[in-house]
Each structure stands twice: as C-alpha cells, then as structure tokens.
Design a protein around this ligand. Sequence first.
Ligand code: EPZ
Length: 428
Amino acid sequence: MDRLHVRGGRSLEGTVHNAGAKNACLSILSASLLTKKTLTLSNLPALSDVDTMLEILQRLGTVVERETQDGVVRCRTSEIAEPTAPWDLVRKMRASFEVLGPLLGRCGRARVSYPGGCLIGVRPVDTHLRGLEALGARVRTEGGNVLAEAPSGGLRGGDVYLGTPAGSSVGATRNVLMAAVLARGTSVLSSAACEPEVVDLAHCLQAMGADIEGAGSPTITVRGVDGLDGAEHAIIPDRIEAGTFLVAGALTGGRVRVEGVRPDHHSALLDAFVRAGVPIEKGGDWIETQTRDPRLDPLRPTDITTQPYPGFPTDLQAQWMALMLAVPGVSIITETIFEDRYMHLPELARLGASVRRHANSAIVCGGKRLSGANLMASDLRASAALVLAGLIAEGKTTIHRVYHIDRGYERIEARLGALGATIRREQQ
Ligand code: EPZ
C-alpha cells in the first residue's frame, strides 16, 4: 500500500485545475445502463472509484471505450444478460448500489449486493428500497443481496418520499430518479436531495430524452418515457476537490487559484471563509485564496455545521477541521449528516492537535504546535484532512493507506507538489 510523505511549512502558490465530480459521474455512469445507445461522457476524473464503476458496468455487459485525454468515456450497453451486481464489486464502493434503479427500470428485475459497511456510519439503504417500492417494485433480501422485481407491465409512476433522519438521501434520490424515468406515468419525488450532483444526473437523463422537472429543488416530477437515447454530457466540476485545494491555500496563507470551478456551488464554504477572515477573490469559473502572513494576520476561529446542500458539505468537514487547527482559539464543528464521521480525530491527535469530541460536535483548540508523525488514512475525506494537517506540521508526516485518497483525488501529490508542497508518494 502506498504512502505519502509530507513536509510541513511551505506556503502554497499557483493554479490547479478542478477535475470532474466523482459523486456526479459515478451515478451518471450507472445511468448509461438505461439505454442501448452510446452515452458519451467527458470530464471524467481519473480515480479508482471510476475504475471500479466501469468494471461493474463491463460485468453487466457494457462496452466501455475510454480515451486518455479529456476524461472521455463511451458506454454502450446493447444487452444486459444478467442484471446482477455481486458483492465482490459492490462492497468496494457504496455508489455502485446505484445500479439498482437503472437495472430495475430497464430489465424489470435486479439483484444487487448490499453495499459494504463504512467507516463514517451505518449508512442504511431503506430510503432507496422504499422509493423503489413506491414505484411498484417488490423488494426482498436474500443472501446479502437486494432482489427487486417490477410488476408485470413494468414500474409505474408513484409518490416517493426521500427524507431521512439527516435530511434527504442523495443516493436514494438518484437511484429512484433513474428508475422513474422509464416507469409508466408520473412520479413525484418529495424531500429530494438538491445537491448539484443530483442536478447533473438529471441534466444527463434529460439529454437522453427523460422528462424531468424540478431537479435541484425538493420536489422532482418525472413523466415516464418509453425509452432513452444516447447522449453526450460533460460532468460538472468536483466542488469537494476544489474546496480541499482552497482550504490548502487558506491553511498555508498562500495564493491558490482553482480554475474550472462553479463558484455558485460553493456558497457555504465561501461564507465560512469570510467569517474566518480568509481573503478570497473569485471570477466566473475560478476561486483564489490570497496571500496572507499567518503570523501577522491570523484567521478567526469559525464554527461550521454540516447540512444538506446548499449548507456546508459533510465532505469538507474534516478539511475544515484541519484549517481550524491552524487558527488560535476554539471552534466548534458539528456533523449532522453522518453519525460517525470523526475518524480523523485520533490521527490528528498524533500530530499534537487538541480536538475533543462531544456528541456530534468536535471542539477544536487551534493554534497549537503540530509536529509530523505517522498517520493512518481511514476514509477518503478524513485522509485528505491528514494531508492538509501535514502541510502545517513541523517535520515529516507520513500518511499510510493512501488508496483511500486515490478514490477521490486525482494524483494529489503531483497537484499539491505543483503548488509548492513538499510531498512525495512512496510506492509499495
Ligand atoms: C453521497 O452519499 C455522497 N456519495 C457522499 O460522499 C456524501 O457524503 C453524501 O452523499 C452526503 O452528501 C456519493 O455521491 C457517491 P446519503 P450517500 O444517502 O448518497 C441517511 C464522499 O466522501 N440514509 O445522502 O450515500 C444516511 O445514513 C462521499 O465523496 C438513510 O437513513 O449519502 C446519512 O445519514 C462519502 N437511509 C444521510 O441519510 C438511506 O436509505 C445522508 O446519506 C440512505 C441514507
């Protein structure tokens, strides 16, 4: 397993291009199962999660052509011999559960393994399953798999409620949306997730001929169509990746410009930057942190609470904590989406960070001296936070189990290195 070695103390400077959004493209790849025609996607990020999804599609019968340049991939699924996604693939990545809706919509039946457990909480799939049932599917569990079957005549439109104790489910909204586009009649999805990644999926489905209204709002109306066509679609930029690079700039007091972003996707992060005193400039498709001397011009401790979009994203919670470690004073970070998304706390403590957990909040006493250590990456975003903390720790920080980071960040060491970070990968 590869490791990353980071030496702290360098202020970052330069420009980085924002890659395509992992969490948009994974479900959009699943959507290619809804048509016999070719779906051509561009701006696909080069990530291990994307490789896993393409492997699942190929097992289902998709012919995949991938170009190395511009992240272009063409998916064509003329036939699906067996609508089954087995455990050995689905366990690797929860997003692969989102093949369920398209398989059921197209084939009238599907067998998909329950997704693997996850280090950020229990992550049930009850909302996905109730949503498919509301479209007429019969759903049961057997041998660790979800078996879903449409009634004779196929799925029918229905009223679907997608709320969860934490708000709405992003994955369930996408799974049910993909099933509903080929159902007979009209479906009304209420308490739908409003995340940009849901909207991007809806735009791609519309380009394929689906009749969808209201994506990006809590109520989405879908009028089922008889079939979908091929289409071309460019994946939106990854707002979490962009946010991580901007936090890296803010943390080191450097000028980091992220290009190819959608500034309108970042309102909660930009507001938090303003409250913290991070100097920011932005334009039509870029955001830039401005140079600041952290000793002369320290930031203000700033609380955040994670919320569904457009609130502060849970996927940037750990990175925000890394930023607050550098800020003298107390800040409170509250996680409301996942019950156990604090795997980075004990690792940050190894650097000398002072963070205490109280219920679903973390109390950060920032401004303490951090010194490099060996750290263990756990989940994707927690691992990104460890790299960020390494940028401000004295001496060398080694992050083990880097494959977690490779799931969601393209060549993070090369891109941070190009901004002036002292970081290298040791391959094992
Ligand atoms: C998506 O996960 C993202 N993953 C996550 O990104 C992100 O953290 C999350 O949305 C929230 O924004 C992808 O898009 C591939 P949810 P998802 O269903 O869809 C509860 C990253 O780091 N819930 O919106 O799995 C659930 O337990 C990842 O890139 C139910 O109760 O998240 C949680 O508390 C990690 N029942 C809340 O809803 C269900 O059936 C939100 O989960 C489904 C979810």
